[in-house]
Design a binder for this molecule. Structure first.
Ligand code: ZN
Length: 155
């Protein structure tokens, strides 16, 4: 069975709706609470399936920080191979990287992961039909522009 972001968003919307109904109700409704809990568990399962699909279907674009490599699109990060895991998301990353190599277009850029992912998101938002190779190039160009601007600024 395949799960899409659309399915996942629908479940989250359902939960939010149930949460709103619950908050507007003066009487504590145990049945409703159980339903919400069941939805939450299902949503967690959906998120895991969604993330697994994301890691395995992403055409990764790689950047680096310190001694680890990550994908600027999906966030898959090989730091979990060395540092172990602290949450469910990292557990999924470790599971994926135990069976697959982290490979893709290497930008050879060294950059803070949050900043790199935010920039990538921004570029993809501006150019919704951009392909992976163009996205990698735009990312490199943007980082280089920022860095050369900063150099000018320091002078
Ligand atoms: Zn990726």
């Amino acid at each position: 069975m395949e799960f899409t972001k659309y399915d996942y968003d629908n479940v989250i919307n359902e939960i939010n709706l149930m949460g709103l109904i619950s908050r507007s109700d003066d009487d504590h409704d145990i049945v409703l609470e159980n339903t919400i809990n069941a939805f939450m568990k299902t949503a967690d399962r959906f998120e895991n399936i969604y993330k697994k699909n994301l890691y395995s279907n992403c055409n990764h674009i790689l950047a680096h920080i310190e001694d680890h490599t990550y994908c600027i699109k999906c966030g898959l990060d090989d730091i979990v191979l060395r540092n172990g895991v602290t949450n469910d998301d990292e557990k999924l990353m470790l599971e994926y990287l135990s069976n697959n190599k982290l490979k893709g277009i290497d930008t050879e850029i060294i950059c803070d992961k949050e900043m790199a992912m935010a920039l990538t998101y921004r570029i993809a938002l501006d150019k919704p039909t951009i392909n992976t190779r163009e996205l990698a190039k735009d990312f490199i160009d943007t980082i280089n522009d920022i860095r050369s601007d900063n150099k000018c600024f320091r002078r």
